[in-house]
Ligand binder design. Structure first.
Ligand code: G1P
Length: 314
């Protein structure tokens, strides 16, 4: 069995949901606290044992290349000022070997993956989507590679989503289940309401065999007029076994505004330096907006709330 050593990170999307912020800056560079979202993805790949990463970029994505390159001026400045912890953080991003290729036309995820075919060659490989950050004890991709090593077949990272949200994802039709692993009978990209075969959604992590490129060669446009990776995997499933793995961990949707805000809040609360002040600010905001639960207000009234009320009305 060949090991999974290479990963594709598609990053050629236009980022229209975050305009005008993404007019001159790639959406993958939007930070959660102090790290661009794409760095979380690259770190997951590296922690999962990936040795070579190819980022499929588009127009105006130079900032991504600069981010993962050396920044001599900045580094010597930090060194001179003795800011060694920051220096180490900055240097960490330039230690990974990353390759870049341009997707010349915005033809969809399937096409972006196909653009990296020469880099991958005849090996199994991973795909990680930048809109999905996963926080887990064992990195999500590592969990999937462990599964791959047991079954030597394509694995899709899935989690159940609420019924009302299935139309936003590629959805798996499971045939049989063994713990967290499902045999996949079929797949559908963004099914219309009421037509989803299950609520198991593909959440931005894939391990695929090289045969997918031959399928993508002739893949026609699907949902949204784009060449869909999900459609190509559905054809792959007719030729060989495809599995879905319900990975462990919390998945964050940083591809849309509310998801982005909630991710930032969650990461702030998990950050020892920011936790206390963030929780306090949330409490104050709830009181100010009259949205605090009664039980919480009762607790506040029991203490001295003069400080709260003066701030919330001020
Ligand atoms: C893409 C995939 C979809 C997957 C989703 C996960 O959709 O096409 O199958 O479920 O990512 O985030 P997008 O969000 O790019 O429209």
């Amino acid at each position: 069995m060949q090991k999974v050593k290479k990963a594709i990170i598609p990053a050629a999307g236009l980022g229209t949901r975050f305009l005008p912020a993404t007019k001159a800056m790639p959406k993958e560079m939007l930070p959660i606290i102090d790290k661009p979202t794409i760095q979380y993805i690259v770190e997951e790949a590296v922690e999962s044992g990936i040795e070579d990463i190819i980022i499929v970029t588009g127009k105006g994505k130079r900032a991504i290349e600069d981010h993962f390159d050396h920044a001599f001026e900045l580094e010597s400045n930090l060194e001179m000022k003795g800011k060694l912890k920051l220096l180490e953080e900055v240097q960490r991003t330039s230690k990974v070997d990353i390759h870049y290729i341009r997707q010349k036309e915005p033809k969809g995820l399937g096409h972006a993956v196909w653009c990296a075919r020469r880099f991958i060659g005849q090996e199994p490989f991973a795909v990680l989507l930048g809109d999905d950050i996963v926080r887990a004890e064992t990195p999500c991709l590592k969990q999937m590679i462990t599964q791959y090593e047991a079954v030597s077949s394509a694995i899709l990272g899935v989690q159940p989503v609420p019924d009302g949200e299935t139309g936003r994802y590629g959805i798996v039709a499971p045939a049989s289940q063994n713990g967290r692993l499902y045999e996949v009978a079929g797949l559908v990209e963004k099914p219309p309401a009421g037509q989803a075969p299950s609520n198991l959604a593909i959440l931005g992590r894939y391990i695929l065999p090289p045969e997918i490129f031959g399928i993508l060669d002739s893949q026609e446009e699907g949902s949204g007029g784009e060449i869909q990776l999900t459609d190509a995997i559905a054809r792959l499933a007719l030729e060989q076994q495809v599995y879905a793995y319900n990975f462990q961990g919390t998945r964050y949707d940083v591809g849309e505004k509310l998801g982005f805000i909630l991710t930032t809040l969650d990461f702030a609360v998990a950050n020892p330096e920011l936790r206390g002040a963030t929780l306090k600010a949330i409490q104050e905001l709830l009181v100010k907006e009259g949205a605090a639960p009664e039980i919480f207000l009762r607790d506040l009234r029991a203490r001295d709330v003069s400080d709260w009320s003066s701030r919330s009305t001020g």
